[in-house]
Design a protein around this ligand. Structure first.
Ligand code: PDD
Length: 267
C-alpha cells in the first residue's frame, strides 16, 4: 500500500518518524480519521475542517493546505483501491531543542482496513464502563488516548465495548465516540468536554430537535435509550452501563430508526 509521509506519497512500509518528535516523547500531536464508502471519502469536507482547526488550535503548521490534503487523499484512495476503508491523517508536534515547543511536525496520511462492530452488537447493544475522566482540550482531536488505552484491560475484562467519561456528576463522551440519551421521546447529547464528532453532527441533522445540554450520570442511567456515535460505530445502541441495564436492556426503537436513516446517507 501507499501512504503520504512528510512530503510525498511513498510505500507505506518506508514511512518513518524521528524518536525525538514531541508527538512521541510528549504525546503532542493531532489526527483525524474517516472512511470511504464505494471509493468516496465520506463527509470529507467536515473531517478536513476539523483536522485544519485542530492544527490551528494546537499551534501546529500544516505542510499542506486544504486542496493539497484533498489531492493526496484522492490519489491514495485511487492508488490503494480503497473501496471501503479507513483513512488516518496524523500531524506530529515536531522536534525542538527543549523537547517541549511545537515545531514543524511530520504529516502522515495512511489507509487502513476498517474494523466495524459485528451485526450482533447492533442486535443486543453494548456495555460501557464508567470512569471519572475528562479529555484535555476535548474539542481538539489530539493523539493523547493514554487514559483509555491504559484502562482498556479493565473494561475488556468486563466485556464492555468502551468507557463512558463523567466528571462532577456530568457525562461527556466515550473514549472514541459521542453519547446520546433518549428519555420520554426526547433526544439529548452533551456539548461540554466532547469532541464534536462528524457522526454526532450527522445525527443532529437527522434529529434536529435534539437538546444539546449538560447531562448528569443519573440521567444517563435512567434514560430509556442510550447510543454512541463514531466514524466506525455509526450509531450503536448501548444497553448497559456498568452493571445497570438501560431501559428494557435491549436496543431502543428510536435508536434503530436513527441508525437506519444514517445508513441511507452513505449509500
Ligand atoms: N474517534 N470522541 C472522541 C474522543 C473520538 O476520538 C471520536 C472519534 C469521536 C467520534 O467522532 P467521529 O464521529 O467524528 O468519528 C468522539 C475515532 C473514530 C478514533 O479514535 O478512531
Amino acid at each position: 500500500t501507499y501512504c503520504f509521509a512528510k512530503d510525498r506519497i511513498r510505500e507505506s512500509k518506508t514511512a518513518t518518524i524521528h524518536p525525538m518528535d514531541i508527538g512521541l516523547i510528549r504525546g503532542y500531536g493531532i489526527f483525524d480519521f474517516f472512511r470511504t464508502a464505494h471509493y468516496v471519502p465520506l463527509f470529507l469536507q467536515d473531517y478536513l475542517n476539523r483536522f485544519i482547526r485542530s492544527a490551528e488550535k494546537m499551534h501546529l503548521p500544516l505542510p499542506l493546505d486544504r486542496a493539497g490534503l484533498e489531492d493526496v487523499i484522492l490519489e491514495l484512495v485511487s492508488k490503494n483501491e480503497l473501496e471501503n476503508g479507513g483513512i488516518r491523517m496524523l500531524l506530529t508536534g515536531g522536534i525542538s531543542d527543549n523537547h517541549f515547543s511545537p515545531n514543524t511536525g511530520s504529516l502522515f496520511i495512511f489507509c487502513e482496513a476498517l474494523d466495524f462492530p459485528p451485526m450482533s452488537k447492533y442486535e443486543t447493544g453494548v456495555k460501557l464502563v464508567s470512569a471519572e475522566h475528562v479529555r484535555a482540550v476535548a474539542d481538539i482531536k489530539t493523539t493523547n488516548y493514554a487514559f483509555p488505552v491504559w484502562h482498556s484491560a479493565n473494561w475488556k475484562k468486563e466485556g464492555a465495548e468502551d468507557l463512558i467519561y463523567h466528571q462532577n456528576g456530568f457525562i461527556s463522551e466515550s473514549s472514541r465516540s459521542n453519547i446520546f440519551i433518549i428519555k420520554d421521546g426526547k433526544i439529548a447529547t452533551p456539548d461540554q468536554n466532547v469532541l464534536h464528532g462528524i457522526t454526532r453532527m450527522r445525527t443532529l441533522e437527522l434529529a434536529p430537535d435534539t437538546e444539546i445540554r449538560p447531562i448528569t450520570f443519573e440521567e444517563l442511567l435512567n434514560a430509556d435509550e442510550v447510543f454512541m456515535t463514531s466514524t466506525t460505530k455509526k450509531i450503536l445502541p448501548v444497553t448497559k452501563i456498568d452493571n445497570h441495564a438501560i431501559g428494557e436492556g435491549k436496543p431502543g426503537k428510536k435508536t434503530m430508526a436513527l441508525l437506519k436513516d444514517f445508513l441511507e446517507m452513505e449509500k
